[in-house]
Design a protein around this ligand. Structure first.
Ligand code: HGY
Ligand code: MN
Ligand code: MN
Length: 419
């Protein structure tokens, strides 16, 4: 039997990572391949080596820290998450999964347990879309959803491509990019621990969530162009106001999302640029983003078709032009039932209450699940808040999650059953 995870050890690691922060004045900001993120990578790899793990990194910067099994020829078991953040974030989104994965390895060492399969803690490169506008870069590359050529077509705000940045940092992109790809059978099972980023567990006063489905994102950039003109000199009946058109589009999108029959879906316009953005000028152009989530592919496609049709109708009625660019339209994931049962059993063994739920946020597991049986363990988020400096999970709650994770990983690493 494993000993219990240490809340103190987890706190030390979470706070250790929080030190690598570009905005200590407000929340935590750690963006892919910036000084802070690179320093955090070095810190994590040092902690992994301190645990006696074998540390490797692939051509897009995914980090693999492996606790060796007795039968390394068997396909490994994975856990892990991400260490990059959105701007002015908290300290738990992603980091909780990496730290609890390392805590599980520490428990294996402390208890001297052996296991057949290798167990790896993976730090996935850039789960957040913050720098290059596309999410889950590392796990997309693993699943074949982002080929080498595509790394030359995504740009950061300074106009640098991901490819250029990888080359500048010395990653063997041209020589080794194809080695990143994983195929079915390469990984036996993958279990990611993550904060819930919603308030259901807190409301139900439950310490564990077991994820049954993961919603997938579909992201768009929309440009609406009207006629820039004088705010005082242009009659209300004679305007082609780009911003007024966008407001009508937002209400149409919100209505579609609220009426969508899916088990769980969302639609958000989160970023807008209004031109010329001046008090006494009618906006001539608005560029905005759309972030759609759904746990069901078909209802998501229906909503996408409907919003595009509504937007074009609104644009025509208002005499403005519109362009809609799709960045990504990803498929949702149904988690592996056998792994879910193992997680359930571990909760029961430890008298930990749990519920099965759908994840509105996407995670790297969404892409890992394309080549490996996968599932996720959630721990509560205080007030359901995330992507905010107010994001919080008690270290005792993380330790309970780590206990369930460690037991689940061990069972999987000693199993030879088909999942
Ligand atoms: O936006 C998301 O779902 C994730 O937190 N990046
Ligand atoms: Mn996030
Ligand atoms: Mn996350």
């Amino acid at each position: 039997m494993l000993s219990k995870a240490s809340a103190d050890s987890i706190q030390r690691q979470i706070e250790g990572m929080a030190a690598f922060n570009a905005t200590p004045e407000y929340g935590t900001t750690r963006i892919l391949f910036t000084k802070q993120e690179l320093e955090n990578r070095a810190y994590v790899k040092e902690e992994m080596r301190r645990l006696g793990l074998t540390v490797t990194e692939d051509a897009i910067g995914n980090i693999y820290a492996t606790h060796k099994g007795t039968e390394p020829e068997l396909a490994p078991v994975w856990t892990g998450s991400h260490i990059d953040t959105v701007p002015n974030a908290g300290n738990f989104d992603g980091m909780a999964g990496v730290v609890c994965g390392l805590e599980a390895m520490r428990l294996f060492n402390e208890c001297g347990v052996s296991h057949k399969r290798d167990i790896s803690v993976v730090v996935y490169t850039s789960e957040e879309p913050t720098r290059f506008g596309l999410s889950c870069l590392g796990s997309r590359a693993m699943s074949g959803d982002m080929l080498l050529e595509e790394t030359k077509k995504i740009f950061d705000q300074s106009g640098r491509t991901l490819y250029d940045k990888l080359v500048e940092l010395g990653y063997p992109v041209d020589e080794k990019y194809t080695d990143i790809l994983k195929r079915p059978g390469d990984v036996y099972a993958a279990v990611e621990l993550h904060i819930e980023q919603n308030n259901r567990l807190e409301k139900m006063n439950l310490p564990i969530g077991i994820v049954k489905k993961i919603c997938a994102p579909s992201n768009y950039v929309v440009e609406v162009t009207g006629v820039q003109s004088h705010a005082g000199g242009t009659d209300m009946t004679d305007r082609r106001d780009a911003f007024a058109a966008v407001c009508e589009m937002e209400l149409a999108l919100e209505k579609l999302a609220r009426e969508c029959p899916s088990e769980y879906n969302t639609a958000t316009i989160g970023h807008l640029e209004v031109l010329p953005n001046a008090m006494n000028v009618i906006p001539g152009k608005v560029t905005f983003t759309i972030d759609i989530r759904d746990c069901n592919w078909n209802t998501k496609q229906t909503l996408i078709e409907a919003f595009q049709s509504d937007f074009r109708r609104i644009a025509a009625n208002r005499g403005v032009s519109i362009s809609i660019h799709e960045d990504n339209n990803d498929a949702p994931l149904t988690c592996n039932e056998k792994i879910i049962s193992i997680i359930e059993e571990s909760c029961k063994n430890r008298q930990l209450g749990y519920t099965k739920l759908i994840s509105g946020p996407y995670h790297d597991t969404l892409f890992v699940g394309r080549f490996a049986p996968a599932a996720m363990i959630f721990v509560p988020s205080k007030n359901g808040i995330s992507h905010s400096p107010d994001e919080w999970t008690d270290y005792g709650q993380l330790a309970q999650g780590a206990d369930v994770l460690a037991e689940t990983l061990l069972k999987l690493a000693n199993s030879e059953k088909a999942l």
